[in-house]
Write a protein that binds this ligand. Structure first.
Ligand code: SAJ
Length: 417
């Protein structure tokens, strides 16, 4: 079969991964339709604007929309290739919730045609991409799919997990190597052809199942390493040793590279993905599970330290600096900073002046909590007795702690060390 070129692609999910991906392909001259169920995001994008904070994304989207290469809609259209970048959250029982991926895959049933390529970029438990091939096959019995027909299938389906670091998305999207796993070998080759239009990194071909596990392993690896740093910081606290100094010195060993302890691990990836491995193999993953436990316990430990400091001062006015899960982004998902403030707010007896440059209002769990206010850095610093640094945003970096000799400072990120 002769395969058509990729003149038009459709990107489903216009979030932190999908929108940059759509904009990068559009900037390479491909006609891109972005699809999202969020009508507000769709309207903003069609207006050349963005609904998320990511360096340079606004300029890229504005240019792509003005050039007529990027449009957005709430439902997909026919295209030569489809990239799915919707969320894969977990349930309360820490099980993967594939409902968004399934809905996105099934929304393609009315529009896919012979020769099309479908790529899932969403992080998925092992086996999801093969399953997706089955979902589409059930909806389109007139076409053949690679889970049954292998390389001879009418439709090619692959998994190529996104690997981009929030804050550096546009750089990493283009430069990082990509793992491209096909439901059949031909699917992987075809997906790599698409990515080569936009990316400079190498495309590393494999099976869909391996690609799925590779992605989960990357994030579980980082989680386990951060957990080591966090556990060490608890030991240092107990032994009255400066954790950052100890880690800095240990890292002078040629084969040691301990990561940074902090208030915990947030974001929609590292705090979630390890559970997908645990869910697939619960009896043989004690290390991955324990690492999650260590990182999840850190916000409560920080909140207890703040309470101890408040008791020691006989006072209760606290500046909480940062809510985002890491520096210089607006993402509050699974944020340990939010968890610390929620924990502190629970007793109702503390005045919590929260500073988050990327928020116009307090997030849901902190709204209408007695004593909790979103305020400016200046106001928070003037009125507080205790400063708790939770997110190392750039504006906080310029602060000089020595300027506040009468205040207790809890620097959970080691920013001012
Ligand atoms: N953190 C620490 N100490 C460290 C490093 C990070 O406490 O030394 C914390 C951060 O403050 C944050 C959390 O861990 O709360 C995660 O931040 P991160 O910068 O490590 O990673 P993410 O979640 O922003 O992005 C990760 C990246 N994965 C890896 O580095 C293996 C990224 O490449 C993935 O594309 C992304 O997950 C994803 O979408 O899966």
């Amino acid at each position: 079969m002769t395969l058509h070129a990729f003149n038009k692609i459709c990107v489903l999910g216009l979030g932190y991964v999908g929108l940059p991906t759509a904009a990068v392909f559009a900037s390479r001259g491909v006609d891109v339709l972005g699809v999202d169920i969020d009508q507000r995001a769709v309207a903003l994008i069609n207006d050349g604007k963005v609904h998320i904070v990511e360096p340079d994304l606004d300029i890229l989207v504005k240019g792509a929309v003005a050039a007529g290469k990027l449009r957005a809609k709430t439902i997909p259209e026919t295209a030569d290739a489809f990239i799915i970048a919707v969320p894969t959250p977990f349930t309360d029982g820490k099980k993967p919730d594939l409902s968004y991926v399934k809905a996105a895959v099934e929304s393609l049933a009315p529009v896919v045609k012979k020769g099309d390529l479908v790529i899932i970029e969403s992080t998925c438990p092992v086996g999801t991409t093969d399953q997706a091939s089955g979902w589409l096959a059930a909806a389109r019995p007139d076409l053949s799919f690679p889970d049954g027909a292998g390389d001879a299938a009418d439709i090619q389906i692959a998994h190529s997990p996104e690997r981009v670091l929030p804050g550096r998305v546009l750089i990493e999207l283009v430069r990082n190597d990509r793992v491209v796993g096909g439901v059949s070998p031909r699917c992987a080759k075809r997906a790599a052809q698409l990515y080569r239009i936009a990316i400079e990194g190498e495309c590393l071909l494999s099976s869909a199942r391996t690609a799925e596990l590779v992605k989960l392993s990357e994030n579980a690896y980082r989680d386990v390493n951060i957990a080591f740093a966090n556990e060490l910081s608890l030991v240092c606290d107990a032994l009255d040793i400066d954790a950052w100094e100890a880690i800095r010195l240990a890292n002078r060993h040629p084969r040691v590279n301990i990561l940074n302890p902090g208030p915990g691990v947030g974001g929609h990836c590292i705090a979630v993905d390890p559970w997908f491995i645990v869910d697939s193999a619960p009896d043989i993953t004690p290390l991955i599970k324990a690492a999650r436990g260590v990182n999840d316990s850190k916000p409560a430990h920080i909140a207890n330290s703040v309470r101890d400091a408040a008791r020691g001062k006989g006072t209760a006015s606290i500046a909480c600096l940062g809510l985002a899960y890491k520096a210089d982004i607006d993402d509050l998902r699974e944020s340990p900073a939010v968890a610390v403030v929620v924990d502190l707010a629970r007793s109702g007896d503390l005045t919590l002046n929260v500073v988050e440059p990327y928020c116009q209002e307090l997030p849901g769990p902190l709204q209408n909590q007695p004593g909790v206010t979103l305020t400016s850095l200046e106001t928070a610093l003037q009125t507080c007795d205790i400063i708790v640094l939770l997110t190392d945003h750039t504006p906080f970096r310029d602060m000089v702690p020595d300027d506040y000799p009468d205040k207790t400072i809890l620097d959970t990120r080691g920013l001012w060390k």
